[in-house]
Ligand binder design. Structure first.
Ligand code: NAD
Length: 262
């Protein structure tokens, strides 16, 4: 089945989906794909300007617990129930442990880790209700990163934040499995998104930096946001009804392959 044919499968028909960070990059690709597959989709983002057409936009910052709660409740109300949560809002951080002060650690962890905690905290009561009506169709999928396990240089803070997301995914999966809520994460390698574009713009030699990022992945290219979205959609779909507590790498082989120069 081609990607275009897959997008015609309406396996999210009748389901309500909330995508955080859905106005850009991976989140926007997820929102677009879930819409194409029949979901009613809400985007929660601190800047909704880039949210895909056809989505319900909810402007909120994931560091604001009350705002997240209001947005999650509004999504459930407006979409006629909440079944799929894609917790994806996150930011990057560069540097070793020497480079970033406590304030920067707390700022990034507040977004990348607590943002997902807050989203889940307010979504779970809605998901519990949905799970009784649509068994197998109710899930939380979190955007983690290959940085959680890869030991990447210059990524101490970012890696620690994603390591926490990985552990959180597994613990949440255990807590909610008997309630019919599946919890998984995707671990993208470097994906071609506006975030990486901004990173490259700051590099001394953007072309050389891009080449280095591409070379780091065994496939020799960056991952497409739509390729990450396809993995998220699988994990959230009824086809994955038996899949929970899993981290799915979408990383051009970074985790699994140990290629050495010939
Ligand atoms: P992006 O910058 O293109 O999109 C991120 C979106 O999240 C933006 O719309 C932004 O407004 C929103 N956002 C950021 N902070 C927020 C906050 N506090 N509250 C609400 N919304 C907020 O980035 P992306 O590359 O699509 O990244 C999405 C996710 O994927 C992140 O969690 C990131 O860590 C993860 N990830 C990205 C890559 C990559 O190479 N691009 C690799 C692995 C994991």
């Amino acid at each position: 089945m081609t990607a275009v044919e897959a997008a015609r499968v309406r396996d999210f028909e009748g389901l309500g989906a909330l995508v955080t960070g859905g106005a850009s990059g991976i989140g926007a690709a997820v929102a677009t794909l879930l819409l194409a597959r029949g979901a009613r989709v809400a985007v929660l983002d601190r800047d909704c300007a880039g949210a895909p057409a056809g989505t319900l936009t909810l402007t909120a910052d994931v560091t604001d617990d009350a705002a997240v709660r209001a947005a999650v409740d509004a999504a459930a109300e407006e979409l006629g129930g909440l079944h799929t949560v894609v917790s994806n809002a996150g930011i990057g951080a560069i540097g070793t442990v020497v480079d970033n002060p406590d304030e920067e650690w707390l700022r990034v962890l507040d977004i990348n880790v607590l943002g997902m905690v807050r989203t889940a905290r307010h979504a779970v009561p809605h998901l519990r209700r949905s799970a009784t009506e649509r068994p197998g169709c109710v899930s939380i999928t979190q955007t983690c990163s290959i940085a959680a396990t890869a030991g990447l240089p210059q990524r101490a803070l970012y890696s620690a934040s994603k390591g926490a997301v990985l552990s959180l995914t597994l613990a949440m999966a255990a807590d909610h499995v008997r309630e019919g809520i599946r919890v998984n994460c995707v671990n993208p390698g470097t994906a071609d998104t506006p975030w990486v574009g901004r990173l490259l713009d700051q590099a001394q030699d953007p072309a050389a930096e891009r080449a280095a990022l591409e070379a780091r992945q065994p496939t020799g290219r960056l991952v497409g946001a739509d390729e990450v979205a396809a993995a998220v959609a699988y994990l959230a779909s009824p086809a994955a009804a038996a899949v929970t507590g899993t981290a799915l790498p979408v990383d051009g082989g970074m985790q699994g392959l140990r290629l050495r120069p010939a």
